[in-house]
Design a protein around this ligand. Sequence first.
Ligand SMILES: [Zn+2]
Length: 576
Amino acid sequence: MVYQALYRKWRPQTFDSIVGQTAITSTLKNAIVRGTVSHAFLFAGPRGTGKTSCAKIFAKALNCMHLQAGEPCNQCDNCLAADKGAMPDIIEIDAASNNGVDEIRNIRDKVKYAPTQGRVKVYIIDEVHMLSLGAFNALLKTLEEPPEHVVFILATTELQKVPATIISRTQRYQFKRIAKVDLEAQMQYVLEQEQIKYEPEALAVIAQVADGGMRDALSILDQLLSYETGQIKYADALKVTGFAAQAGVEQLLVQLLTQSPTKSLVQADKLLQEGASPKNLLTELIRLATAALVLVKAGKSASAQAAFLTDGVVTALKKVEMPRYFQLIELANTALLDLRYTNQQKIPLQVFIVKTSQAALVTAGDEKLAATLATLQQKVASLSEQLKALQANGSVAKVATRPTDVTKIKPTVAAKHTVKVASRDHNRQAVYQVLAQATKADLQAIKQIWPDLLSVLKVSERALLEVLEPVAASPKQVVMKCKYTLWFEKASSNSDLLTRLEAEIERLAKHAYTIVLVPDGDWLAVRKDFVTSHQKELRQQRGTSEKSDSDETALDETPVVTKAKALFGDTVNVKE
Ligand SMILES: [Zn+2]
């Protein structure tokens, strides 16, 4: 049996079991009890705060045959069918993968038919902001005159991308980040039900990292359970979440602002050895310095303090003058930019540390340290020189495989992935090879395990993974589209991550696939090439399907059309 992630297993089944959104859930329950349910809802809010769960429960309640004070009974035929995803009147659309106008047009055509099994036809459109403009317009037409028996539930993490015309036609609910205490209580509940031992401090750390998202909190638990001996330990939680690093970075921040550069350099080295990257460190420092600014400004506010792990740090940071923070943030930003042009990643970080400390000494006006200052200036000058030299070779550095990544893994694996970054052309060829043997079943197999895959990866790796999307797969390989070219280079050279990813895919899907990465732009080009070179066949097929649109399965498909559907989804549009 495929491993079931905790966040899936413990997805709430009733409004009352949704954590931290009581105002919303009680309003929805009341509307159901009173029979005053509107035709369109918009659930907006950060990821993992219960939008989709709430939509599913709402859809069930609207069709439940034995409502329990606004809650679905979870036992009648309709509730059970809904849980299995077999309720014909609850239609879930993930706009992130179906952003075509045709999907929505399909709704427009079918929306007029009465529900077949339940009382209400419910359309749940997840990540609705991903719809194309054409699809939004088609949706708007339906929302303008919704039939009596239809309810739309739109969910989005990015409200600002949803057109105002859509928003104005919906009843809007804003989901909040879940409070830390609520996250901790729920994790505690789940672990006790699962009879898993845990250290309470571990849950506090996880709640902090999850940043208001229940899904993230449970995913981190999953990750700890998949690596460790079935227990949730504080030390492991620190490691997995990168929080060991956070405590260390907090120390570094205080040192940078109040002490000599030597201590900061030593501390930074220690953090690098523990696995942090210069980019991590700089990004974290900017985040913490920004939080510290709020702290200095807001004083006692508990939420301002919540960004930090230790009280000692909070006290020290409060004493620092605001301009020092601005200075640090500015210097860290410069260093981050410099990082992009070199693979000697330590140098921009060191320049940053020395410059920041130097500013601290000047501000302090400490005469005794004047000598140190002179030495420091020399050091900065020499580091800056090195950096300039490196920047001159920047383009070479960017494509090269990071030496640290290679040393960590077996030579054969390193070699395998190094080939992939060799050239973009080579990469395009690799993609074509996969396309030649791609099947829809293989792509679906990978898409199916994708959410679980995210949950077992390290938090630090997940950020990188979120820009990846499986777009085609053959029985042996999977093509993953990479949102940004810069990330493509980073992901390509991170053979450690790719190897782990392949191992996890094999574990979850029970089948081995090798990963081929492709930047977004290249993928579009490959796609276009494919459609262009088979335009005639595709157009013929399209002509046929328009004549008999009611019975798609009966059509004879040419191999090319079958392939196009496998590669690009059900809708293949040929631009004339
Ligand atoms: Zn029911």
